[in-house]
Write a protein that binds this ligand. Structure first.
Ligand code: HEC
Length: 115
């Protein structure tokens, strides 16, 4: 009789443990990934980008209006500008650095630019 009682207790324990485990096992989700924002680095990147856009505007005005009027950057998407700048930079005799700057400027003001 004692043996049966012990078996019953074990059985009840196993079943109750099993019931508890099932939901937590299926509902388990990955712990949230902590997002570390290094605001100093973000500020530095923004400052670098602002500098590049400003430099690009100067190059654009100086070199991109010689053969045709200055095209409005908002007339084209950011992706379209990649091809256009690749096409036009040699015509404008822009250096690699100037080309990067012009691209930053026109993309910053492109049709689909997020501001
Ligand atoms: C040596 C002359 C010359 C220079 C300098 C020049 N372009 Fe052009 N560009 C052209 C010609 C030619 C075309 C094609 C005909 C047109 O649209 O006037 C053109 C067309 C374009 C177009 C219109 C393309 C289209 O299909 O709608 C854009 C935008 C453009 N250029 C941007 C620039 C940019 C940016 C620069 C400076 C990096 C630049 N261009 C410098 C000659 C030049």
């Amino acid at each position: 009789m004692k043996k049966i009682l012990v078996l019953v207790i074990i059985a009840v324990t196993v079943v109750s443990c099993h019931k508890k485990m099932t939901p937590s096992a299926t509902v388990a989700t990955a712990p949230p990934v902590p997002v570390v924002v290094d605001s100093a680095a973000v500020n530095k990147m923004n400052a670098m980008n602002t500098t590049m856009v400003a430099a690009g505007q100067q190059v654009y005005v100086a070199k991109c209006g010689k053969c045709h009027g200055l095209k409005d950057p908002a007339n084209y998407t950011q992706v379209r500008w990649v091809g256009l700048v690749n096409w036009m930079a040699p015509k404008a005799k822009a250096t690699d650095e100037e080309k990067t700057q012009v691209l930053a400027y026109v993309q910053h003001n492109a049709k689909d630019a997020v501001k």
